[in-house]
Design a protein around this ligand. Sequence first.
Ligand code: ACO
Length: 162
Amino acid sequence: LKFVCYSNDGVDEHMVWLIGLKNIFARQLPNMPKEYIVRLVMDRSHKSVMVIRRNHVVGGITYQPYVSQKFGEIAFCAITADEQVKGYGTRLMNHLKQHARDVDGLTHFLTYADNNAVGYFIKQGFTKEIHLEKDRWQGYIKDYDGGILMECKIDPKLPYID
Ligand code: ACO
């Protein structure tokens, strides 16, 4: 099992994984238009942290780092159906936090969580209270109704992965 983070960089292996991840999102997030999922996953300003098992993608998180604002917006998060509730979602989020802090220099994440995923995000340290000053994120994140805006502060020192 490995965790990788790639953007649309034209490398064959990365593209195969990104397409696999796009298909997992399309299946696990049926309310999201498929064209919208493809557009963001393949957008070069978005990055995807992916769980790879036996060279196949089993889940991931696609996010957009706003480096100047020091926060990231999680666009999509999912684990393929037959691999859920095995702890991959938690390990994925920990890899995301470590990468976002150490590579992108981010301090927070924001996401519009689906109602049924709020419990998962709370377990990952997200809250419904937004502490980040509005001028740091207003106008940056996509307005999206049908979800609940949630925030997570990334610890500046905590080792999130071994
Ligand atoms: N509601 C409440 N708790 C949850 C949920 C949920 N939907 N999903 C997982 N949990 C809990 C687990 O019980 C576990 O708790 P524990 O630590 O006390 O045992 C903890 O969260 C972590 O579980 P994992 O096994 O690490 O989570 P998993 O690998 O199943 O991944 C995920 C969670 C990504 C939500 C997965 O279930 C999934 O793909 N769901 C369908 C798609 C979805 O809803 N994605 C989020 C949409 S919002 C967005 O994309 C911005």
